[in-house]
Design a protein around this ligand. Structure first.
Ligand code: AMP
Length: 437
């Protein structure tokens, strides 16, 4: 199937071909025609599936065909809400790229940077606004945005927004939007909170779902390397050096852990940078740019900071520590093997983490192969220490930190949509197991 057959206009087809895409991804094939028809969408898809183009391309087309493009003073007609600054920046970049040949204007607003330049752009007028909820409300408070003419609302990574405690902000934003509009909701998981939000918000939505990396997983090889905790750093340096990996994304559980590991890798002579919520926006952008350009070989990240990172052809993801929430493992490994490329996800697992590993394998519904690296065999006399199940690393934006003692913590992580759909009894088993945490 080609992009041409999806009914997209010439300017968009041109942008797509300039980007080098030869055919639409499954989510694009499903979502684009439905969105062009004006349907509301409930999309089960995470980053890495091509969902951004899946909603951006038809959104741009609909704005063009609604007639008011380029006439009179511009009003915000499309609003895209995302949980993190990184994702907001990436969605905004996609809007810019795909809309390159159209006379539409867009901008992005997120916290952690000065509000005034954002205000000036908004006051000049934009058709499309990409925003994180908190900063959007700051603009509402300062009267720099008018949301009364929004025709299309996109909630991207809705589950993450709820996990990060944005539900009240989202409700406030929704109250400012016209009742009559097209709404597109994307979420990797469908908890009862998401379903409730969707029920209130969506009008006979079309359900669009694509196989997730963890289920398909044909392009991501997963492996567990059992190792003692105090030898993980050494093993990581060994793996990077002996395999001559050029670009590795490494996950730690805490911001402090990310900083420490990055510093230790530097002392091992491996160029590294840490990316997490306590870093300034400038530092995060620079770390990501250095990583993409190859200046930095290893990017050490916490879960929230890495969410939505769009790095083409990222071949290696390492879980230096397993996440407390099994769901996050799927998000992490979704960073590799994207858009048809091969990827490898390794987990360095010590005896304390075996319970977390079991949770992940239960969610994946299969075991991950174990491979003990010669010279790093775990010491059998070391006993497991209990792991603190609280989310040690809280997400970004310190100013809004208090809100982010997550709803995920209160209700436990939810299984992905395909798991929910499988069977009622399985679902209640998973949920009661999670509630028991
Ligand atoms: P997303 O899920 O939107 O974050 O997209 C994941 C990655 O796939 C991004 O790097 C996109 O540039 C890329 N991508 C999106 N659509 C296509 C396509 N039709 N063909 C190839 N790559 C794509």
């Amino acid at each position: 199937m080609s992009f041409e057959s999806l009914g997209l206009r010439a300017e968009l087809l041109r942008a797509v071909s300039e980007k080098g895409y030869s055919e639409p991804t499954p989510i694009q094939r499903q979502a684009i025609p439905l969105i062009l028809e004006g349907r509301d969408i409930m999309g089960g898809a995470q980053t890495g599936t091509g969902k951004t183009a899946g909603f951006t391309l038809p959104l741009l087309q609909r704005l063009m065909s609604s007639g008011s493009a380029g006439k009179g003073r511009r009003a915000i007609r499309a609003l895209v809400l995302t949980p993190t600054r990184e994702l907001a920046a990436q969605v905004a970049e996609s809007v810019r790229i795909y809309g390159e040949h159209l006379p539409l204007r867009s901008t992005v607003v997120f916290g952690g940077v000065s509000i005034n330049p954002q205000k000036q752009k908004l006051i000049r007028g934009v058709d499309i606004l990409v925003a994180t909820p908190g900063r959007l409300l700051d603009h509402v408070g300062q009267r720099s945005v008018d949301l009364s003419r929004v025709d299309i609302l996109v909630l991207d990574e809705a589950d993450r927004m709820l996990d990060m405690g944005f539900i009240r902000d989202i409700r406030k934003v929704l109250a400012l939007l016209p009742k009559q509009k097209q709404t597109l909701l994307f979420s990797a998981t469908f908890s009862s909170e998401i379903k409730q939000l969707a029920n209130n918000l969506l009008n006979s939505p079309a359900l669009v779902e694509v196989a997730r990396r963890n289920t398909a997983s044909e392009s991501v090889t997963q492996v567990v390397h059992p190792v003692d905790k105090n030898r993980k750093r050494e093993l990581l340096s060994f793996l990077i050096g002996s395999n001559d990996w050029k670009q590795v994304l490494v996950f730690t559980r805490t911001k402090h852990g990310a900083n420490r590991l990055s510093a230790q890798l530097m002392t091992d002579g491996i160029m590294s940078a840490a990316i997490h919520g306590n870093k300034s926006q400038g530092a995060r952008t620079k770390a990501l740019a250095d990583f993409k350009s190859g200046k930095v070989r290893v990017l050490v990240a916490t879960d929230i900071a890495a969410r939505g990172l769009d790095i083409d052809q990222l071949p290696h993801v390492v879980n230096f520590e397993l996440p407390n929430v099994a769901e996050d493992y799927i998000h992490r490994i979704g960073r590799t093997g994207r858009a048809g490329n091969e990827g490898e996800a390794m987990s360095l697992v010590c005896v304390d983490e075996l319970k977390l590993l079991k949770d992940i394998e239960r969610l994946l519904k299969r075991e991950i192969p174990k491979d003990v690296i010669s010279g790093y065999t775990p010491d059998p006399t070391i006993a497991a220490q209990p792991i603190n199940r609280g989310r040690a690393s809280k997400p970004g934006n310190a100013k809004r930190g208090s809100r982010k003692q997550t709803s995920q913590q209160r209700r436990g992580a939810q299984p992905p949509l395909h798991a929910i759909k499988n069977s009622r009894s399985k679902r209640s088993a998973v949920q009661s197991q999670q509630r028991g945490r």
